[in-house]
Design a binder for this molecule. Structure first.
Ligand SMILES: [Fe+2]
Length: 565
């Protein structure tokens, strides 16, 4: 095993492997192989070499065109769209932002309406809430008293205008036979278009969209991707900057379409702050020239809470449990900002330091207590960075950099009579299906053929648009799998999303991949389907055609035209 700890070393290793296996002519610039946002200088030219160019595999059968967007342009007072999130059995968070006249300072009263139908004729509930510039004109309403497992439609009115109609859904209670979630991460707007969000907006039967972070990126235009330019054009550091970046993202029609059709359950990762962030710093933050990191972190956090449809917490923590009846508990973690110590380096001995926190003591205690006491059939663990070991090298930004924290988690799993834990991961812009075991290459404790010794499984979803490895390195996947027996699937180049279908018998994950996000059209196909059965932490690969069919009784999508009151 290599001992170099840096992500750049990972890239160099992979590139060297690629050069050896692919022969002369492959892309030998490790900077172009970045699986995540490395330093901007490393990525300035990646738009020309990333997965935006379909390789030979893209010619295979099974690709279908992603339809053109039909998302309407909202009224100028609601130009950033609407959203909902954090579904409980009896409550849902509704969100929007109003756009008053330029220079206006007076508070704006906003009316929210929620009903059983998109025409707002049945079960109408409504209320008023005030917003102003102190919260960047955003509106967040926690509507309570709702029925479990129900689809609702909602809209806002303010300043003489009406918003588009949104659709949302509360969590079910009691005996639940099936759940459907989309799992997404990493939407670098500069690298292309949000086809994956557009696809999600057409799937009518999702219970929620789980977003594992990197919802925005902090870079200036042209430093990490150059398909689309950013507003503001420079790297974001201040509260005003972060707010403008969220506003820019919310002018994207595909992002708005996704929000309009589904509740979202998000956590942040590093790029909502700065690349490779941790509790009190970030790789992409230099205090000497950019000021105290605490100021930047506070600004980034404030903008996130303003712009995301999540339930506020008194102390700003984002780790939380959302229950979906007896079928699943969704446990969302913050492996990034709450308690994470700085990524260890080669020389500081930190990798073996049991005190080097990833979650922090309080979050870890809460997470373990929550998992241990959960009576739900499945425990879905939504979090940011890959938990499975990369055996060829040490990526210090994922759980590999914090093995003591991972060992404690594995000890917890081993103590649980029936684990049924499914880890959901983003961050790394590539697709993986992993069995989680402490010793993936020790045949005495883990048998990759029978999965004996595996404690849980992990599904890693690709970026919505953030780049994985260039197509020239796609063929490294078999070599990675050969050296890492606990890894059952890897795709290094495709963007897309994961679709999770949960029943009492099994959890099935399907990776929906795109051939291209840098052009204004794209094609999609199912890249892989895996399932894990109740009581067995063992991955089983299925045919793409075995992906579970959508529910036949999906509630109607929200209409694409505003319904005026
Ligand atoms: Fe990312």
């Amino acid at each position: 095993m290599a001992t170099n700890l840096s992500r750049r070393a990972l890239l160099q290793w992979l590139t060297a492997l690629g050069a050896a296996s692919l022969g002369a002519g492959c892309d030998s610039d490790p900077a172009n192989a970045a699986p995540d946002a490395s330093a901007p200088d490393a990525s300035a030219s990646d738009a020309a070499t990333d997965a935006s160019v379909p390789d030979d595999a893209a010619v295979e059968a099974g690709w279908t065109a992603v339809p053109a967007s039909d998302e309407p342009e909202p009224d100028a007072r609601f130009t950033h769209g609407i959203a909902s999130g954090d579904p409980l059995p009896d409550a849902i968070v509704l969100w929007t932002r109003v756009s008053p006249d330029a220079g206006a300072t007076a508070a704006v009263m906003v009316t929210w309406q929620l009903a059983d139908d998109a025409a707002f004729t049945a079960g109408l509930r409504e209320g008023m809430v005030s917003t102003d510039g102190d919260r960047d004109w955003t509106v967040k309403v926690d509507v309570t008293g709702l029925s479990a497992g129900r689809t609702y439609y909602y809209r806002f009115r303010a300043l003489g205008a009406v918003s588009p109609v949104g659709r949302t859904r509360t969590a079910p209670t009691g005996s639940v036979s099936r759940l459907r979630f989309a799992v997404v991460s990493c939407s670098s707007l500069a690298h292309g278009y949000f086809f994956a969000y557009r696809q999600l907006a057409r799937i009518a039967d999702l219970d929620a969209v789980i977003h594992l972070g990197d919802y925005i990126y902090e870079y200036g235009s042209g430093t990490y991707g150059n398909v689309r330019a950013y507003d503001p054009p420079t790297e974001i550091r201040t509260l005003s900057d972060y707010r403008r970046r969220y506003a820019h993202y919310h002018r994207d029609a595909d992002l708005r379409a996704m929000h309009r059709q589904h509740p979202i359950i998000p956590v942040w990762d590093d790029h909502e702050f700065a690349d490779n962030a941790y509790l009190d710093g970030a790789e992409n933050h230099t205090p000497a020239t950019e000021g105290p990191f605490a100021d930047r972190k506070a600004a980034a956090k404030r903008a996130w809470w303003e712009w995301m449809p999540v339930r506020d917490t008194a102390d700003g923590h984002i780790f939380r449990r959302l229950a979906f009846g007896d079928l699943a508990d969704l446990v969302m973690l913050d492996t990034r900002m709450w308690g994470r110590a700085m990524q260890p380096t080669v020389v500081d001995g930190g990798v073996t330091d049991a005190n080097r926190a990833l979650l922090g003591d309080d979050q870890e205690r809460w997470a373990f207590d929550t998992l241990r006491s959960s009576t739900a059939r499945w425990k879905l663990l939504g979090q940011q960075v890959m938990m499975a070991q990369l055996v060829q090298f040490l990526n210090n930004d994922q759980w590999d950099g914090y093995p003591a924290a991972r060992a404690r988690f594995f000890n917890l799993l081993r103590a649980m009579a029936v684990q049924n834990v499914v880890v959901l991961t983003g961050d790394i812009h590539t697709s993986w299906a992993n069995e989680l075991t402490e010793t993936p290459r020790d045949a005495s404790t883990y048998d990759p053929a029978t999965s004996r010794g595996a404690l849980a499984v992990e599904f890693v979803v690709p970026g919505i648009s953030s780049p994985g490895f260039p197509p020239s390195l796609a063929n490294l996947a078999p070599q990675i799998l050969a050296e890492a027996p606990h890894m059952k699937f890897v795709d290094l180049t495709r963007r897309g999303f994961g679709l999770l279908d949960v029943t009492p018998e099994r959890v099935q994950a399907a990776w929906h991949h795109l051939d291209d996000v840098a052009q204004t059209t794209a094609r999609t196909r199912v890249g892989a389907v895996f399932s894990v059965a109740h009581g067995r932490a063992a991955l089983v690969r299925e045919e793409s055609s075995a992906e579970a069919a959508p529910r036949s009784d999906a509630p109607a999508l929200a209409p694409s035209t505003a319904t005026r009151a």
